[in-house]
Design a protein around this ligand. Structure first.
Ligand code: NAG
Ligand code: NAG
Ligand code: NAG
Ligand code: NAG
Length: 390
């Protein structure tokens, strides 16, 4: 039996038919925290178009849309799935309508504050604690601005929306790569993970204290399957697993995920009114890579769509959209492939829209969630779900 089949049966057994008798949650807003996996324009607002140059955005938005992708990313599919507009970046200062939430994620964000500037290491100054500070400020300021009436009233969420919103999180991957960038060993990286998780826990508690109740938390993906890792770090053939991913780096992701899961179990005990859903993005992404060919993404799951040269069509010094002067004219050297929907990897660190859609379709029904609740049911507490089993 394939592991996915086994998981399906397991989930079906666990999920009582009566869960369907619970009402769907009416999430009026989404507040998202994260990194480049869910930034919808923040880093581009702060640092300009070089953060997401063309051909980013070409497939769906038809021009750069602040996302590192040819089109939509996972948070876009989540918003669509909940019947809400796409989330705007909180830092997008121009004409933005925040009535259905805000996105605090930025490309390069980490959970812990880094001791380097973005110009040195590439990590964003908007770490998770800062994203929380922005939410807190947004809650206060938006209520003051709404009182101005007119157009302002419909641009910012009513207070009740902060309590009934879905709070989504997808962050942690950069905390893992940050240690390797400082030439730490895997043991050294693992040693600081508890500290990273403690920061994460603090933010969840802070959002709860502000009134947030429904939490949808993605674990971190298989970082050892990213062309960026495979190409820039020294990896021996013996360290590659059966699909070609770098096993030691995936072990670190799994270690992080295990600690995150433990922390969430504790948070459910500490925060009685919270509904916290843990979503196993790692397994979804790994299974996508494992089944690349069967799913129509080709023989080589690591082949990058937008890049230039090298084993994976990825060169860290010449990433997607990189330009070069040729005979006095600027031309794009790291261009997009013919058909982005035929690849999993967009730029060596991020997935294509087609891959993101596939990931969304796997997670929306709760198959990869703990507890196994669908996205639209994520306001129901563990406690309420347990009552149904009895
Ligand atoms: C930043 O530096 C401080 C003081 O040396 C250290 O305690 C902390 O762990 C460092 N943070 C990171 C993310 O490396
Ligand atoms: C903001 O969006 C909401 C929902 O889409 C809409 O009802 C509202 O009129 C918009 N506000 C403005 C000022 O356009
Ligand atoms: C890490 O090692 C590389 C290669 O030896 C070196 O170029 C780089 O400066 C080192 N980085 C740090 C932060 O020590
Ligand atoms: C640049 O110009 C030179 C001289 O006109 C020409 O030989 C060369 O092919 C041009 N290079 C490109 C890439 O167009």
């Amino acid at each position: 039996m394939k592991p996915t089949t086994m998981l399906l049966i397991y989930v079906t057994l666990l999920l009582p038919v009566s869960i369907l008798s619970l009402p769907e949650c009416d999430f009026p807003a989404i507040f998202n925290f994260g990194d480049s996996n869910s930034d919808t324009g923040a880093l581009t607002s702060m640092f300009g178009e070089p953060a997401t140059p063309p051909p980013n955005g070409e497939t769906f938005f038809h021009s750069p849309a602040g996302r590192v992708c040819d089109g939509r990313i996972l948070i876009d599919f989540i918003a669509e799935g909940l019947g809400l507009p796409y989330l705007s970046a909180h830092l997008d200062s121009m004409g933005t309508n925040f009535s259905h939430g805000a996105n605090f994620a930025t490309i390069g964000s980490t959970i812990r504050r880094q001791n380097t500037t973005i110009f040195q290491s590439g990590y964003s100054p908007i770490s998770l604690d800062i994203q929380y500070a922005q939410l807190s400020n947004f809650l206060k300021r938006s209520q003051i601005i709404r009182q101005k009436g007119d157009v302002y009233k419909n641009m910012f969420p009513e207070k009740y929306k902060f309590a009934s919103a879905l709070y989504t999180f997808d962050i942690g991957q950069n905390d893992l790569t940050a240690g390797y960038q400082l030439n730490m060993s895997t043991e050294q990286v693992k040693a600081y993970i508890p500290d990273v998780i403690a920061e994460f826990t603090t933010t969840i508690k802070n959002v709860y204290a502000l009134g947030g109740r429904s939490f949808w938390i993605h674990n971190t993906g298989p970082v050892g399957c990213l062309p960026y890792i495979l190409d820039t770090l020294v990896i021996t053939a013996a360290q590659l697993d059966q699909y070609g991913c770098a096993a030691p780096f995936n072990d670190v992701s799994q270690y992080f995920n295990q600690k995150l899961k433990e922390a969430i179990t504790q948070l459910r005990k500490d925060l009685h009114l919270a509904a916290i859903t843990y979503v196993d993005i790692y397994s979804v992404k790994y299974s996508l890579i494992a089944q690349s060919k069967n799913l129509g993404f080709g023989d080589d799951p690591f082949l990058v769509c937008c890049g230039h040269g090298g084993r994976y069509n990825f060169n860290n010094a010449m990433r997607c959209g990189q330009k070069k002067m040729v005979n006095g004219t600027e031309i794009v050297i790291a261009k997009s492939c013919e058909d982005p929907s035929s690849r999993i990897m967009w730029d060596g660190l991020h997935f294509t829209e087609a891959a993101n859609r596939w990931v969304y379709n796997q997670i929306a029904d709760g198959t990869y969630s703990d507890p196994p609740v669908p996205l639209k049911m994520a306001c129901h507490r563990n406690h309420d779900l347990r009552r149904l089993y009895l």
